[in-house]
Design a binder for this molecule. Sequence first.
Ligand code: C5P
Length: 223
Amino acid sequence: PEHRPLFGKHILVTAGPTHEPIDPVRFIANRSSGKQGFAIAAAAAAAGARVTLVAGPVALATPPGVDRVDVESAQEMAAAVKAALPADAAVMVAAVADWRTKDFAQEKIKKRGSAPPALILAENPDILASVAGSRQRPKLLVGFAAETENVVDNATRKRKSKGVDWIVANDVGQADGKGGVMGGDENTVHLISEGKVEDWEPMSKQAVARRLVERMTEVLTSE
Ligand code: C5P
């Protein structure tokens, strides 16, 4: 029916930051609030889809009708994403940490009075790129790109290099007077698909989510 156009479709969304543990009481994190990803999950569920939301540590309520899987680290997020496939579409909004600590300390690291400890980092798996290359690649795969300069050029390159269908590029460097995009309620994005760039006017994260889900619906319901 008209108001549940995504009925029968499974949509996977990742959202929020990841926390990379240093020891039992410390972690590395980033400023992602999860608001944009949760809004997309909410909009997809409202359009009738079955939605799996793989969420990093955030203080947000689960949107109605959404199946939520909570994770902490990038490695946990990668495993949860793999377990959630297959999906008709995936929208990877999470700000996954690029690095984790190479060795997790089983006990709280103590001040030793001399030099501070060095954090040795290891690269995290690129979840989006591995979904793009997997045999279970969704029909429509959407990545996000937080950029502070040459937003459209960088995101256009990222679309190709990651092997995804669309990139939603957001200008996180924009001074909007509201504390920035990360944690804020507004977003200014560009939707980049093959050979096409759409510049969307500044709008709420809910409005970005609704418009993106409309676009996804066009693709997912055309056979
Ligand atoms: O390369 P960059 O981190 O800018 O790419 C951002 C996109 O890739 C986002 O969609 C993000 O969710 C995804 N990503 C991922 N796993 C990573 C890093 C990024 O899924 N380890």
